[in-house]
Each structure stands twice: as structure tokens, then as C-alpha cells.
Design a protein. Structure first.
Length: 312
């Protein structure tokens, strides 16, 4: 029987939400408050920035709590925040409005998380080989949900520590130490997933949208998404019938709904196929009032997967 190794929660969502928009922080940087200002595209990048930055940074998140981040629309104030930030941490291709603002206001002060972990292979989400640079240049659809692979988040923590050290040389030692600690915690989380998903009876997961390619690739699973990379897409009646047949043929017991988007299509598929539903969180953002953080949500996902995939 697999037992989980507890990891100390390093930052609650309540603590993250409590960071005031114009709070003064320690260490030198380019902000008016005297601290280093980081703007994050959405919650996972904000969480990682808080862990690595520690007391040396103020973090603003562009996607609001409870809002689906893919189609975020920026306010004039948010665009101004991007323009004056010491560092913008985002994933190119995830949020077009953020891509545009970064290109216009902060091209030389931005960390594209996808590029930062470019040495790691991309998951195959549509049956084709992907080159990240080509996809970015041509606007092709690729899976930007790299944060669902803790090993990639660990690599990103190290890269972020170096970028913060460059932005604020006086705080470099602290950023690098925080990055090392954060990477170690994420590596331990990765080990939990590897152990917890070993020897499962079922290896296929039917998901509400194609958010789990990195997770599936890392842990030897197969993802069958209902919608594509954009969760707003809905399958045609023909596609829904095809998915119903796939669920029945593969012996899948669970169709996964998710937070922040409507579960109706996934529930319809589950009903047609005669299977149950469960919530698998893509960790794109936190619901209003949530007491979770990245680590706790990922552990909940692991527990959900272990039940649905009939793991020992």
C-alpha cells in the first residue's frame, strides 16, 4: 500500500491572496516601494514566484481568483503593472493578452516559463511532433500546462531564482537559496506522484480539456480530452459519440470534470458511457475563498487519480 510522504505547506492561498497590491517589501529593485516587483500571468506562476522570491518580492497576479485564465482581458492598470515590473513570469501561448502586453512593454524583463524549461521534451497532445519555438512563432496550438509536471516546476524554480538574482543582485543569495528549497519540495512531490501512480490497473484518463498532457507524459498515462487546449471548446455530437465509444472500449471508470469551467459536457459523456465523474483540478487558479495552494491541490489530484485509476 502506498503511503504519502507529507510535505510542509509553504504558502497558503490565503497568504498569497493577502499580499497587498502595493505592499512594500525588503531588498532593492525597480519598484516604487523599494522592493522587487514581479507580475505573474496566472496562479501557478504567482505561487512559484512567491516561493522563490520570499520576502524580497511583491507579486501581482493578472488572472483573478475564480476566473479561467486562458482568455484573461487586461485592465489599463494591469498593462501599466507589466510595463514597470522588474520581472514578468508567464507562459507564452497560454494568455494572448499577456503575450501582447509583454511584447510591447516588458520584452527584456520577462521569463517565459516554457522557454525556461525548453530542454525538456514537450508532450504529444495531438499526434504530431512539436517544436516549441516553431509553435510560438506560428501561433500553433501546443500544451502550455507545464506546471502540472512537478519536475518541470522544479526546473523552473531554479531558472526563476537566477532571473530574480539578475533583477536584484543584492538579494541574489536569498533567491538562489529559496529556489533550491522550492525545487527540492517539488522534486519530492514528483516522487510522490511516481510512487502513487505505479502499478495502476487503468492508465487512461478522460479529461474535460487537454490540460493534462505534461502530467500524463511524466507518469506514463494516456489522456483523452473532451475539449482541446482551450476549455471553452465543446465537442460536436459526433465527437461526443466517439468519446462515449472510447470510454466503453477502454474500460475507463471515471470522466474527470474540473474547476473553473462548466462540468456539463463531461457529465453528459459520463452519463452516456455509464461511468462516474470526479474533479481533477488543472490548477489554473484558485476558487474564491479556497484554502488550498499548488502543493495541496496537486496532492488532491494524486488521490483522485489513484482512486479513478485503481492504483494499489
Amino acid at each position: 500500500m502506498f503511503t504519502f510522504r507529507p510535505l510542509r505547506r509553504v504558502l497558503s492561498s490565503a497568504a498569497l491572496a493577502a499580499v497587498p497590491l502595493l505592499a512594500a517589501t525588503a531588498c532593492g529593485g525597480g519598484s516604487a516601494s523599494g522592493g522587487t516587483e514581479v507580475v505573474a500571468g496566472h496562479y501557478p506562476m504567482a505561487w512559484l514566484s512567491e516561493q522563490v522570491g520570499g520576502e524580497g518580492v511583491t507579486v501581482r497576479t493578472l488572472a483573478r481568483p475564480g476566473a479561467e485564465p486562458h482568455d484573461v482581458e487586461l485592465t489599463p492598470r494591469q498593462i501599466a503593472d507589466i510595463g514597470r515590473a522588474d520581472l514578468v513570469v508567464y507562459i507564452k501561448g497560454l494568455q494572448p493578452a499577456v503575450d501582447k502586453a509583454v511584447g510591447e512593454r516588458a520584452a527584456d524583463r520577462a521569463l517565459d516559463a516554457a522557454s525556461a524549461v525548453r530542454t525538456l521534451p514537450l508532450p504529444d497532445t495531438d499526434g504530431h511532433e512539436h517544436d516549441r519555438d516553431h509553435d510560438h512563432e506560428r501561433g500553433a496550438s501546443y500544451d502550455p500546462h507545464l506546471w502540472l509536471d512537478p519536475s518541470r516546476m522544479a526546473a523552473l524554480a531554479t531558472a526563476l531564482g537566477e532571473r530574480l538574482a539578475k533583477a536584484d543582485p543584492a538579494g541574489a543569495a536569498g533567491y538562489r537559496a529559496n529556489a533550491k528549497t522550492t525545487a527540492e519540495r517539488l522534486t519530492a512531490l514528483d516522487e510522490e506522484f511516481q510512487a502513487g501512480l505505479r502499478g495502476c490497473k487503468q492508465r487512461t484518463m478522460v479529461t474535460a480539456h487537454a490540460a493534462f498532457g505534461y502530467l500524463a507524459d511524466r507518469y506514463g498515462l494516456r489522456q483523452i480530452p473532451i475539449a482541446g487546449i482551450d476549455p471553452a471548446g465543446e465537442p460536436s455530437p459526433g465527437r461526443l459519440a466517439e468519446l462515449t465509444g472510447q470510454v466503453r472500449r477502454t474500460g475507463v471508470t471515471t470522466v474527470f470534470t474540473e474547476t473553473l469551467v462548466s462540468p456539463k459536457v463531461a457529465q453528459t459523456l459520463a452519463r452516456e458511457a455509464g461511468v462516474r465523474t470526479a474533479t481533477l483540478d488543472p490548477v489554473e487558479g484558485l476558487a474564491e475563498g479556497s484554502g488550498d495552494d499548488y502543493l495541496s491541490l496537486m496532492r488532491k489530484n494524486l488521490q483522485t487519480l489513484r482512486t479513478a485509476l485503481e492504483c494499489p
